[in-house]
Design a protein around this ligand. Structure first.
Ligand code: HEM
Length: 252
């Protein structure tokens, strides 16, 4: 049995002109760092990416400071030893577990998936012909809607007829409803310095916006180029039309 259909959201990044909300990206990074990173990796993102255009918008100095708060395994050194050092901009986000077996062992048999591409991985599409419409509208929002829903879908009261095995938790939106991720977010858990509400709903939306960016870091540039291509094609079509008229003007 599948999960309940996730409710829609009004994402800032939706539509052909959508952009990431910088505040949401920065708050979402904080939620990832303080909560999700205890169990989930973000292996495709390097600290330096946090300063890339179209992302959270940190300066080189802020990126370096952020990276230095992490301990990165490195080596071997000249003595053949492995060692730990503070993170640098070029390092990738470290993963919480050394390998999948360790990740499974710590989480009741289910490995927490790497979150770099999760908003894309949980996009399910709707088959032909609806994908033609989805492609231009909600399609890119399916994954984020699902991720935000799962984070808010934990309920203490299990509906009648649903049995949740030991070590699993009831989640309204997770397919099958029994998820091995314990409810990760609760109100007041993460502090924000921009006055945004410190609620589960806000955390879920911000961290999902951040995870949409990790999956599509070049979205803004891609949409900008796409728009420019449209403008070019419109001008080019006019040009071709009048050229054709002129070239064929005398041919009766
Ligand atoms: C699964 C997100 C925190 C453990 C997942 C999934 C997502 C997710 C999107 C995939 C669900 C699916 O397969 O459809 C997050 C986010 C977090 C967070 C955004 C922070 C807000 C945590 C924490 C833990 C954890 C703190 C460990 C205590 C797991 C596990 C699974 C999972 C074990 C696999 C569940 C299963 O397949 O049954 N998480 N997670 N997560 N997460 Fe998290």
């Amino acid at each position: 049995e599948g999960g309940t259909k996730p409710p829609g959201n009004s994402w800032s990044f939706a539509g052909p002109f959508g952009k990431y909300d910088r505040g949401a990206l920065q708050r979402g990074l904080k939620v990832y760092k303080e909560v999700c990173s205890n169990c989930h990796g973000l292996s495709l993102i390097a600290f330096r990416n946090l300063g890339d255009p179209g992302g959270p918008g940190y300066s080189a100095a802020q990126v370096a400071a952020f990276a230095s708060e992490y301990k990165i395994k490195d080596g071997p050194n000249d003595q053949g030893e492995m060692f730990e050092r503070p993170g640098r901009a070029a390092d990738y986000f470290p993963s919480p577990f050394p390998n999948e077996q360790a990740a499974r062992a710590a989480n009741g048999g289910a490995a927490p998936p790497d979150l770099s591409l999760i908003t894309k991985a949980r996009s399910y599409g709707r088959g032909f012909p609806m994908f033609l419409i989805d492609f231009f509208s909600q399609y890119q929002e399916q994954g984020p809607d699902y991720v935000a829903a799962v984070l808010q879908g934990f309920e203490d009261k299990v509906p009648e007829g649903v049995t949740i095995p030991e070590g699993s938790y009831y989640n309204k939106y997770f397919p099958g409803h029994a998820i091995k991720m314990p409810k990760p977010l609760s109100d007041g858990q993460v502090t924000f310095d921009d006055g945004s509400p410190t609620t589960v709903a806000q955390y879920a939306k911000d961290v999902t916006t951040f995870l949409m960016w990790t999956a599509e870091p070049h979205m803004e540039a891609r949409k900008r180029l796409g728009f420019q291509v449209f403008i070019f094609l419109i001008i080019f079509a006019f040009l071709m039309y009048f050229t054709k008229k002129k070239v064929w003007a005398d041919s009766h």
